[in-house]
Design a protein around this ligand. Sequence first.
Ligand code: ATP
Ligand code: MG
Length: 575
Amino acid sequence: MLVQDLADAGLDGVELMIEHRLPLTAKRADVILAGIGHGGEDRYVIVELKQWSSAELFEDDPHLVLVPGMRGGPKLHPALQANTYRDYLLDFTEGLQSSQVDSIAYLHYAQDGDVFDLLGDTGAAPTRMFTASRRGELLKYLASVFAPISGAAAADRLEAARIRPTKQLLRHAAPVLKGRDHFVLLDEQRLAFELVRHAVEKARRADHKTVVIVTGGPGSGKSVIALSLLADMAARGYAAVHATGSKSFTETMRRYAARGSTRTKNLFKYFNSFMKATPNDLDVLINDEAHRIRETSANRYTRAEDRSGRRQLDELISAARVPVFLLDEHQIVRPGELGTVGDIRAHAIARGLDVHEVELDAQYRCGGSRLYENWVLGLLELGGRQPEAWFGDENFTVETVGTPHALESRLSLHLDGDYSARMTAGYCWKWSKPKTDGTLVHDVEIGDWSRPWNVNGDRSVGTAPPSALWATHEGGFGQVGCVYTAQGFEYDYNGVIIGPDLIYRNGRLTTDRAANRDPAITKKVTDAEAYRLIRNTYKVLLTRGLRGTILYSSDPETQDYLASLMRTRAEPRAA
Ligand SMILES: Nc1ncnc2c1ncn2[C@@H]1O[C@H](COP(=O)(O)OP(=O)(O)OP(=O)(O)O)[C@@H](O)[C@H]1O
Ligand SMILES: [Mg+2]
């Protein structure tokens, strides 16, 4: 149909780049038209095609739409969606000028009258909307953008364009909070953001409460959305707070995002900070890592009179007009962590609250490699997947090494090359307190190689940083990170030591809880739970790398198996 439109506009030469993959993610734009402009410059038009025959605005919000017959609640306005692709492409492609890139949403099945609500101003100025009734206008528009000559070279140049480096969350946290930088939220990420903004504005106008649940795998951008929301809401003068159940993550956000400002630091709290909060005191409470929500907020330090038995989820929902939960159920790694979508939804519905849910389906970490994400799930037999061989991905390297020495030296080569790198391991070695002489015990011992676990506390030990900073402070490389320390974080190269709690026997990877040393897993849980927690742990560990993973198993049979899955040799990288 677009082909016919182009032909009718006399633009047969314009190139259609179908399902064009956006930089550093597995997300694809439906079509990018590539051609030469009337001034001889390369021009690109990102096209978002919708087969909708009718649609209307959601509660008069110019950014959100409802499509009859489509499940899943409000969607992002297609013009805004196309605009997010445009902004994202510009953000990550070197040398591309904003004047070269347009975006359009084309509702080719709908007449103006069926979608008239959507034709007003979305605020996404460079993006235009076309419908079946506006086909004539579309042809005129295309003829105004493109000269009637071949666009093949322009398409080639876009394919070959250099991609800017990934935008790491923590490195950008402070400028984002100060409003000096921002992440271009793409597609569902932007939808989640707009739904929260909508709910907060609605709550302000009327006495209304809405729960927003955002789910997505590791690297889908949950923490990016959480930070973007916090920055935006605070800039608009709303009472907004960010919370997690992870000491490491909240501490690191305080340190990197607040950079010493007490006011900003106070925006980052813990799930158990709301036991006595005044209901609805906050406009929005952004709960990142919500899979780590616990049954109650009471712990061994809670005074007897404060032990109400009230559920933590209830406290979090009460504290704000718009409680937002960002989570990945498959990252529950500890018994007593209860954050599941079903539970949050049921709780909200029981309280008579509106619920909006958004599922993020893209990958932005791991070189945007969906292949790698699925390979990890298959290896661990999670999500109904089966193990597969690894055939390689241009954006992500996976390799296995035969010894822990090799693991460490491969990683240190990357460190020398100015990349970040860390080693992690399953919790299969005991975790000792530091020695009285102020050094760490080398607990993780494999043959003649040994290293300490990361520091388990708030004070550094020698050059080893406190646990909350292990992933981000340069001194963290010498210690092996455990899952509680690594969760939520990322680094360029990720070395994972698979311990004897996950071994290959009789043709498959099985879990052996007896080999696990985590007091939480060895004692309190059933076999089935231990099986799940161990697999989820390795899923978290295996998905921390931005550029590559190096795998080693301390069990020879498992190591052989992992090596047998590698069907490509990872390119040796220049340091
Ligand atoms: N829209 C975006 N633009 C640029 N970079 C992005 C975007 N979304 C995510 N990223 C990058 O992808 C990486 C992963 O994002 P993030 O840490 O938010 O994922 P997550 O869903 O919180 O993962 P986890 O489940 O492991 O906590 C980060 O480096 C982040 O900066
Ligand atoms: Mg996160």
